[in-house]
Write a new protein. Structure first.
Length: 342
């Protein structure tokens, strides 16, 4: 272990470094900086704050303990575990809480997610935990549940609720019918839609084959409910709508047989506009109800079609009627959203 004066010139720890002092019994570890960054925890904070979750204070204790090694929060949480009684993962949970101070180097995203799901009673968090336990490193929580990603999802749901409620007069919950998400990725946002809307069908269209099963697994309750949710491989640039503003996509059922799904969207969502050109939008039928998000994150090599502002987005995606236009500062980049009819 490095000595206290061997850390670095400003006394700060680098990732994976340990800071020690000499005691009567030899070297005693006093702080350790984990090798992984758990940015997604900030996104979960945004979610719980947004829904005014009754256990938000407990979550904040967990965040301060896990991310910052706050000894008072650690003490409070350990007492809570003692009072709750020993379970299969008790030792793992204590190691997670004490990792900054005992140098436990086996803290992972899925272990923290399991601990949070153990403490916080919330179905969305339980989904995140079970999903990343199954898919392990393939379920990149930092990408899917960062503060920027979560704020963008919640923003979209909020504004759509206002619009749909006003148009239908139904608020508990507002009806959305059939939702089609273009470039659905792992479709983790679908659960927020099922929580907040009356959804008949939710179809996620994605080109990455690996995403299909992962999306179905995250939304497994609705997937197993006669495909109320289904992720399907489809290049959205190749969709051909008929005169009834509907189209057909193909997939396989549980028996491995090819089946066709007839789709007539009540809402088309695309939160990945920066990843594709405007072909998908140009092929939408007139009067399609659409919600899209894009951004000004030009420095991201995966982004091929960013915009500088809302005005440029409106020019790139012209709509006959715009119900909402806005901008969200995610700290890393600005996100732009348009909701309207083409």
């Amino acid at each position: 272990m490095p000595q206290l004066d061997e850390i670095n010139e400003d006394g700060k720890l680098l990732i994976g470094e340990e800071k020690v002092i000499k005691g009567e019994d030899g070297e005693q570890l006093i702080i350790y900086k984990p090798t992984l960054d758990f940015f997604w925890i900030h996104g979960i904070e945004e979610y719980l704050t947004h829904i005014d979750h009754p256990q938000l204070d407990m979550f904040m204790n967990i965040k301060k303990a896990v991310l910052h090694g706050n000894v008072w929060k650690i003490k409070r949480l350990i007492v809570g575990e003692i009072n709750r009684g020993r379970i299969e993962f008790s030792e793992e949970f204590i190691n997670i809480l004490m990792s900054h101070h005992i140098g436990w180097k086996y803290v992972t995203h899925r272990k923290i997610a399991r601990y949070i799901a153990h403490c916080i009673d919330d179905e969305y968090i339980r989904r995140i935990s079970s999903w990343c336990i199954k898919w392990e490193t393939q379920a990149n929580l930092n990408e899917h549940f960062s503060r920027g990603q979560m704020c963008s999802k919640l923003w979209m749901v909020d504004e759509l609720k206002k619009i749909v409620t006003e148009q239908t007069g139904i608020a508990h919950p507002p009806k959305l019918g059939t939702v089609v998400q273009y470039g659905g990725w792992y479709a983790t946002v679908a659960q927020l839609f099922f929580q907040n809307f009356d959804i008949k069908k939710y179809l996620s269209l994605e080109k990455d084959v690996q995403c299909i099963q992962m999306a179905d697994d995250f939304n497994y309750v609705q997937t197993n409910n006669q495909w109320q949710f289904k992720s399907v491989w489809q290049d959205v640039d190749d969709i051909t709508y008929d005169d009834e503003a509907s189209f057909i996509v193909g997939t396989k059922n549980m028996e491995g047989n090819n089946v066709e799904i007839w789709v007539q969207p009540d809402l088309v969502i695309n939160t990945s506009c920066e990843h594709m050109d405007e072909t998908w939008f140009e092929r939408l039928p007139k009067d399609t109800f659409v919600c899209l998000q894009t951004n000004d994150y030009f420095s991201n090599s995966q982004h091929i079609n960013c915009v500088k502002n809302v005005k440029e987005a409106k020019k790139k995606y012209p709509m006959r009627t715009i119900y909402y236009e806005g901008e969200l500062d995610t700290q890393l980049y600005n996100r732009f959203m348009l909701i309207g009819k083409k």
